[in-house]
Design a protein. Structure first.
Length: 459
């Protein structure tokens, strides 16, 4: 059956050798590990990541590292709420799970069991990175918090994502995407932009996904340090801090200065007329910014009288004073042309334009199709499904989709057998007796509670 293909269409290089530990490093290098020989490699070939996370935030971050070539091993509990949901062909293999768990191997371990927890420790001994979004209390009870592990694994990059800073009064509180949107000010700006008394959360799990991207870049920075010094470290990614910093880039505005020079809120984004426009045959985002943009748009719509308006004939548009009125003027003329006609006009006059992509039609969109962003692949157990493509391209070390999202515990025997072979090799070198590591039995996913931060799993 065909495997998912690299979205670039380029030939995939051999897996690069793992970098040697620098001379004088603080700790000895770990034993080589990674995917089987012959698997495609990316810029992170030779890096091993242990994914001890669930739902979206942590798994999405680990998947991105896997797309970039890392060998990602997902440790799954006996009852994994990340597999809950109603949209599936096989229980546990939901659409959301498929979308954030490719390029991973799944190992089923019960960390409350002493033997299984020691197997997890054996895996950590081979790893560069651990990613988890379990709450700190649960990690401490398992002896899997950074304080408990750093002496045993001094070169491990320990990436811990949680709702709030561990040194704050909110440390340890349950946190989900919706509550973080509220705590970071996103609900406030949505209320101001929409002028509604009861604003809804942004209809995407933005806090989870932005936090996942933050985990990725923070982990990569720590890996650079690890490669240079041999030292690991704790990387903390609080969701609330991440989203407050993300939100304030443009919305801090006048409060950037002390004392404040103006209110908070970025006027162009808060313009209540800042929305998709009706065309003759649909919707499009048509956003003239400059006075010339406005004049060209009004002329193309056959309204030269509006092009003579003094508000679009100065040096710049006064968004605070005229933004809403000009938006209404723009919206009154956009039905004059079809979406395709507006695309030509806007391209000719450099007016920002974007057709409204309907999600149901995304797979047939030429841009999506040509970029291999929704190719169909054949899952070994789930049949044909659409794979969300890798959005970045590398000229030398292309990222790739090498593995489908795994069935619960499907790689337990393979991964633990690798550990057993490594233990045997070590025993031969040192002359000590080895203890065989027996794989835990894989079992189907069952619903249950998990102590994590991030998107709430579906029921």
């Amino acid at each position: 059956m065909p495997e998912p293909k690299n979205h670039t269409g380029a030939a995939t290089p051999r897996r690069a050798p793992e970098p040697e530990n620098p001379a004088g490093a603080a700790t000895p290098p770990r034993e080589p590990c990674g995917p089987p020989p012959g698997e495609p490699s990316g810029p992170l070939a030779g890096v091993r990541v242990i994914d001890l996370s669930t739902v979206v935030m942590g798994p999405y971050a680990a998947q991105i590292l896997g797309d970039l070539g890392a060998d990602v091993i997902r440790i799954e509990p006996p009852r994994d709420t990340a597999r809950n949901g109603t949209v599936h062909r096989t229980p546990g293999m939901t659409s959301l799970y498929l979308n954030v768990n490719r390029n991973k191997r799944s190992v089923r371990l019960d960390l409350k069991d002493d033997a299984d927890r020691e197997r997890a420790m054996d895996l950590l001994a081979t790893a560069d990175v651990l990613i988890t979004n379990m709450r700190i209390g649960a990690l401490r009870r398992l002896g899997m918090d950074h304080e408990s592990l750093r002496g045993r694994f001094p070169r491990l990059v320990y990436a811990h994502a949680q709702g709030f800073r561990p040194d704050s009064a909110r440390a340890g509180l349950a946190a989900y995407d919706e509550t973080i949107q509220a705590a970071s000010g996103l609900i406030d700006v949505a209320e101001r932009a929409a002028d509604i008394a009861r604003p809804v959360v942004l209809p995407t799990i933005l806090a989870d996904k932005v936090s996942a991207l933050t985990i990725v870049y923070a982990t990569l920075a720590a890996l650079v340090h690890q490669r240079a010094t041999g030292q690991g470290q704790l990387v903390q990614v609080p969701m609330a801090d991440t989203m407050i910093a993300f939100n304030l880039v443009e919305h801090l505005q006048g409060h950037t200065f002390e004392p404040p020079l103006a209110p908070t809120g970025y006027a162009p984004a808060l313009n209540r007329g800042h929305r998709a426009r009706p065309t003759r045959d649909g919707l499009a985002m048509i956003i003239p910014y400059s006075p010339q943009n406005h004049r060209d748009l009004f002329a193309a719509a056959g309204r030269p009288d509006l092009a003579d308006d003094p508000r679009v004939n100065g040096e710049k548009i006064d968004v605070v004073r005229d933004g809403v009125a000009l938006s209404e003027m723009v919206e009154s003329v956009t039905p004059a042309l079809t979406t395709a006609e507006w695309a030509e006009v806007c391209a000719k006059h450099s007016i920002p334009f974007g057709p409204v992509l309907r999600l149901e039609e995304a797979s047939g969109d030429p841009y999506v199709r040509e970029g291999h962003l929704m190719d169909v692949a054949e899952h070994p157990t789930e049949g044909p499904y659409r794979v969300i493509g890798v959005p970045v391209a590398f000229s030398v070390t292309p990222a790739s989709v090498r593995r489908h999202a795994p069935r619960p515990g499907q790689d337990t025997e393979e991964v633990l057998a690798e550990l057993d072979r490594r233990a045997a090799a070590r025993a031969r070198r040192t002359g000590t007796r080895r203890t065989e590591i027996r794989p835990a039995e894989a079992c189907p996913a069952e619903p249950g509670a998990s102590e994590v931060s991030g998107h709430r799993p579906p029921n």
